[in-house]
Design a protein around this ligand. Sequence first.
Ligand SMILES: *Cc1c(COP(=O)(O)O)cnc(C)c1O
Length: 421
Amino acid sequence: MNTVFTFSDPLLALAEKAEADAAEQFSRIDKIAALHAERILSAMIRQKVSEAHLQGTTGYGYGDLGRETLDAVFADAVGAEDALVRHSFVSGTHALTVALFGSLRAGDTIVSLTGAPYDTMEEVIGIRGKGNGSLSDYGIAYRQVELLPDGMPDLPAIRQAVRGAKAAYIQRSRGYSLRPSYSIADIQSMVETARAENPDLLIIVDNCYGEFVEEVEPLAAGADLIVGSLIKNPGGGIAPTGGYIAGKKKAVEQCAYRLTSPGMGKEVGCTLDFNRQMMMGLFFAPTVVASAMKTSVFALSLFSKLGFACYPAYDAHRTDIIAAIRLGDEQRLCSFCKGIQKGSPIDSFAAPEPWDMPGYDSKVIMAAGAFTMGASIELSADAPLRYPYAVWLQGGLTYPTGRLGILSAAQQMIDDGLLKL
Ligand SMILES: *Cc1c(COP(=O)(O)O)cnc(C)c1O
């Protein structure tokens, strides 16, 4: 065959075994994809999506039917009363920022129920950096409930901590840590515990990487708002940028006043030419997420057979698309990322280098040969160069190409003399 890939025979034999062991997990993944695909298709039919909704507007964007219909379809798909799906969210961090600033007022307290938040949220909250207009600069207090030694939420401490708080913050996915990602059932326990103490608490979930992985989204577990990025799961690899906020109508409205301006909220914001891609991306999202999930499970199965500690186990219940592999040192991290990059459709010839990324406090190496810059629903690997020297791996628009990317990473480590088979 006319291929650029050459993998060693023992690696291919191990890959076959890794895939065979993952068969049951693959079939669960397909069932969940089918469920979400039916939900999204039903939402599109119910909302009578037409060609007109795929067209954009310019200027103020008054009466943009595509924008309104996309919000309605998205809300329906994730079990929300309303949604704000916009190309003008520049990233997940921006959508989370809008959700926090839209929901909180001076004198309020927000409590993280899941320990330290994702790196980029530290400056938003004001844990790190002062004077940039963080929540803290505006007089909004923050506290966090530390996780138990096994990385699970500390329910009794949550009960104490939410007393008198306005809002609670839950991060579903593990971020750059090796703590577990929290399932919908885990989120439900946190929500029930917190609400038992403080019934009016507004619960905001950072849902990044979790969309369409389980049967329902955190709103079904009682959260008020979920927030995420369109260059992750719900953009289906087609949305070229953007983010979303979805949940209770009133809570979404408050966020809309922050995204645009008080009084205008959701009524403005032109969509340019993005409606088609955002709608189509949502349509593709369940099967693209399934491809990313299979790529993730394959990687976990293969690298655990290669002797590395993997999080979570390949056959574990999944709640996000992230796989973390503890490679143990900087050389292996760099070699792994080099291999992922080499096996990518775009910029395969580039060699990733560690750099000081804005928003992160240690050097990070990133492999991403993606159609959309930085899109992590596409196969990508990031590793902060710090203990425990783990690589965080996510995405894969198609399973066959995701699988090749993973094999390319393993082969690179073999070629660099960092892995023996
Ligand atoms: C990706 C991610 C974010 C947001 O990151 P952006 O790069 O700004 O989109 C926030 N929280 C978690 C857990 C994430 O994985």
